[in-house]
Write a new protein. Structure first.
Length: 358
């Protein structure tokens, strides 16, 4: 088996590192940022470390084309993995609960959804909601199903600890160029690097989708999402494990503003309390802090492929063997829910490289 460097300690890098380790590879994670307790994290310094700021829940995206179908398979793989992880490690930061969705203007794929189709798609405990279950007259369609939520930093810290206890190594280091990874002395002669850097290295197709949310102390028994007719969203993600509940949220492509807006916070909180009154049944919302995160979005979708690099393209190598980079970045707003499907694909891309050199 091979020495492999994984760049990145977000949910994608940690999942990929664990999957490769499980296959017998010797894996080193190199990252600028590592999981940090939410309560102590520097919001500005870590703003580009998206896993720190994600919700994070699984919301099913119904597939309408081959790319979405592939992502749906990834989310099913992740769902099963979350179930298995929770069974074995109750402390991992995962909770299964009811997911509720409301649409003011449902797209055809939702309008046409039946219980049978939902079952075929793998959605468990799926139920179409009736008009009497809707929060107000603007909602035109609703459903519920069983899904999972994670407390992101409890979960990512768990993945890192798990990786470490199984013999994985981790180095805190910022790389300025991908080729730098092939020259790191701690892993001499490494032939394979997995790029889970979130935003890639100067990829012109990548842009941030800004998300402002607010953490409240109130617990919530369900993860609820509402899509409004004007394109805005209202949602909550219970974090559990003493993590409160995230109330969101905005989705603003190409907006680099690092500062939360108090007006946005007020709008998000009142919109969510109106959509899901049980969250204020025991008292008003208790805000603990605003969050601004940058979803690493990529025109053309996730980059998930292997690139071969001739040895003479990497100055400073001590041999003439070509190197490979497996890219796994640009997860946008779906990194947690696709994580184990992506990790499986990374494993396949690595396996093809290893077997082609035997
Ligand atoms: C408000 C908000 C809500 C969200 N909610 C959800 C949700 O409910 N469900 C869901 O699935 N997703 C959600 N997301 C999206 C999810 O958080 C991201 O898709 C995911 O975190 C991306 O993970 P990643 O590992 O690719 O990148 P990141 O978490 O950004 O990690 C990148 C890693 O690469 C390292 N790195 C980068 N560049 C370098 C370099 N040059 N040298 C060394 N290291 C480097 C970083 O230090 C870090 O360790 C949400 C995002 C936001 C902002």
């Amino acid at each position: 088996m091979s020495d492999i460097i994984v760049i990145g300690a977000g949910v994608i890098g940690l999942s990929a590192a664990l999957r490769l380790q499980q296959a017998g590879h010797s894996v080193t994670i190199i990252a600028k940022d590592f999981p940090t307790p939410f309560e102590a994290a520097d919001k500005r310094a870590l703003i580009n470390y998206t896993s720190q700021w994600g919700g994070a829940h699984n919301r099913w995206v119904l597939p309408t084309n081959p790319a979405e179908q592939r992502e749906h398979e990834f989310s099913l793989t992740t769902y099963r993995h979350m179930e298995a992880t929770l069974r074995e490690f109750p402390e991992a930061g995962i909770t299964f609960m009811k997911g509720i969705e409301y649409f003011e203007n449902p797209p055809p794929v939702h309008r046409d959804l039946t219980v049978e189709k939902a079952l075929q798609l793998g959605l468990e405990e799926f139920k179409l909601l009736e008009k009497k279950d809707f929060p107000d007259d603007k909602v035109a369609w609703g459903c519920e199903y069983k899904t999972w939520c994670v407390n992101p930093m409890v979960y990512c810290s768990f993945l890192l600890r798990h990786f470490h206890i199984l013999g994985g190594k981790a180095m805190a280091m910022e790389l300025r160029n991908l080729n730098e990874a092939f020259l790191v002395k701690a892993v001499p002669g490494v032939k394979l690097v997995v790029n889970c850097s979130g935003q890639g290295f100067n990829d012109p197709a990548v842009f941030p989708t800004r998300g402002q949310t607010c953490l409240v102390a109130n617990p919530c028994p369900a993860t609820v999402t509402r899509q409004n007719a004007d394109g805005s969203w209202s949602f909550c993600v219970p974090r559990n494990f003493h993590g409160g509940t995230i109330i969101g949220g905005t989705k603003e492509p190409d907006n680099w503003d690092p500062e939360p807006s108090p007006e946005t916070r007020a709008r998000l909180l009142s919109a969510f309390a109106a959509t899901y009154p049980p969250i204020v049944a025991d008292g008003p919302l208790q805000p603990l802090g605003d969050i601004v995160g940058r979803r690493p979005t990529r025109r053309g979708g996730i980059r998930l492929e292997r690139e071969e690099i001739a040895a003479d393209e990497i100055k400073g190598l001590q041999d003439n063997e070509a190197r490979s980079i497996v890219h796994a970045y640009g997860l946008g707003g779906r990194g947690f829910e696709l994580s184990w499907g992506v990790a499986e694909e990374v494993f396949e891309l690595v396996k093809q490289r290893v077997s082609s050199r035997l």
